[in-house]
Write a protein that binds this ligand. Sequence first.
Ligand code: NDP
Ligand code: 2IT
Length: 448
Amino acid sequence: MSYVDEVLEVVQKKNADQPEFLQAVTEVLDSLRPVIDANEELYRKNAILERITEPDRQFIFRVPWVDDKGQVQVNRGFRVQFNNAIGPYKGGLRLHPSVNLGIIKFLGFEQIFKNSLTTLPIGGGKGGSDFDPKGKSDREIMAFCQSFMTELSKYIGADVDVPAGDIGTGAREIGFMFGQYKRIRGTFEGVLTGKGLTYGGSLARTEATGYGLLYLTQEMLKCHGQSMEGKTVCVSGAGNVAIYAIQKAHQMGAKVVTCSDSTGWIYDPEGIDVELLKEIKEVKRARLTEYAAARKSAEYHEKKNGEHGVWSVKCDIALPCATQNELDIEDAKMLVANGVIAVCEGANMPTTLDATKYLQQNKVMFVGGKAANAGGVATSALEMSQNSERLSWTFEEVDSKLQDIMITIYHNIDDAAKRYGVEGDYVAGANIAGFEKVVVAMLAQGVC
Ligand code: NDP
Ligand code: 2IT
C-alpha cells in the first residue's frame, strides 16, 4: 500500500466521526501523491503525513454566560492549534450552532496550507463555538465573548496563537474578546486580528477576503486571455466575504446577480445593490427578505432542500462564499450546463469532492479556498506586522500588498501544478505549494 493510502486509512479510523475533517484530509493527501511518491522514503521515516494530520493540541472548554432573562446558558468552546512549523498558529473563530470538533479540525487543517500560500510566516489553527449569535442582544453577545475569552486567553498570545473572525465573528465580537483578553492578561498586544481601526486594526482587513478572491480570479482569467469585464457572476452568502467579493466584482466591470443567506436567496438581474446589502446585513443584521422588499428588480426565493438555489442561475463565474459543502454534484452539473467558465471558492471547502472533480473534468477553471480566499488571513498577517512595528499603513498600501500576494499565489499554484505534470489543476497546485514550505520547516526543526 502507498504511504498516502496507509495514512489515509489510519486517519479515517481515528477520526471516523468527523466527516468534514476526513473530506479535507482526503482532498489534500490525494492531490499530494506525486510529491509524496517522489520523496516517500524521507517523508515516511520522518512521519510527515502522520504529524501533519494530527493537531499539535486541541482545547475544548465550557462557556457559561447569562442571557437577558437571567438564565445561565452553556456552550462549548474550541481552539485547535494544528501546526506552527512556519509561524504562530493563525486562524479564525467560528460562532455557529453547527460547530463541532470535526469542523474546527477541518478548518484548522486547511489553514496550514492556506497560510503557507500567503508567503507570510503564519501557522495553522482554528477555533469557535456552537454559540448562535442570531437574535442575541449586544449584551448577550458581550457576555458570551467575555466568557469565551476568559478560557481562551490561557492558550493564545501575539507570538503564540492569533485568532480572528470567521462565520458569526465580526468586528463586534473581536472587540469584546480583545477587551476581555486585555483585562485578564494586562497586555495590549496584537493577539487578535480584525480589530477596530482605533485599537490596532488594519485598513482593508474587512474587505480583504472578498477583494483578494477577485484579485486572484482576475489574474487567472487574464492568464487565460479573459477578464472580469462584462461577466455575469453568481455569489452565494451575504456575509463578510460575499459582500466585498460582490463590491470588487462590480468595480472590475462584472455584474453579480445573486447572493444568499441561511434562509433564502436573491436573484437580481440588475446587479446586487451592495450598499443596500451592507445596510441589511452589517447594520440591521436582518434577513434577505428585506433586500427584496426594498428593491423592485429583485426576486427572493425561500431556501428549499434539494433545490439548486443560486447555482441554478446562468453565469460565467461562480463564487461560493457561504459555508462548506454548499455546492454539490447536482449544482456543478447545472453550472456546467449553463456554461460556467470559472469557480473560485470564497468560503472554506464549499464544493464537495465529486462536484470539484466534475467541474475540473469539464474544463472549468477551479480554484479552491486555500488559495482563493487566502487574502483574508494574509491581511491579518499584515495587521500583525503593523502591530509589531506599532504603525498603521494606508488603505492603498495594504490593498496593494494584498493584490501582490494574490497574484503571487495564483502564479505559485499554477507553477506547482505544472512542475508535477498536472497543469491547470489548481487544487493540486495549491496543496503542493502550501505543503512544500511547511515540510521543509518541519524537517529542519526535527522531531516535534
Ligand atoms: P459571515 O458570518 O459574515 O457570513 C456567512 C454567510 O453565509 C451568511 O450570509 C450566512 O447566512 C451564510 N451561512 C452561514 N452558514 C450557513 C449555512 N449553514 N447554510 C447556509 N448559509 C449559511 O461569514 P464570512 O463571510 O466571514 O465567512 C463565509 C465563508 O468564508 C466561511 O466558509 C468562512 O470560513 C470563509 N472565510 C472567511 C474569511 C474571513 O476573513 N471572514 C476568510 C477566509 C474564508 P446568515 O446571514 O443567515 O447567517
Ligand atoms: O478562514 C480564514 O482564513 C479566516 N477565517 C481568516 C483567518 C484569519 O486569521 O484572518
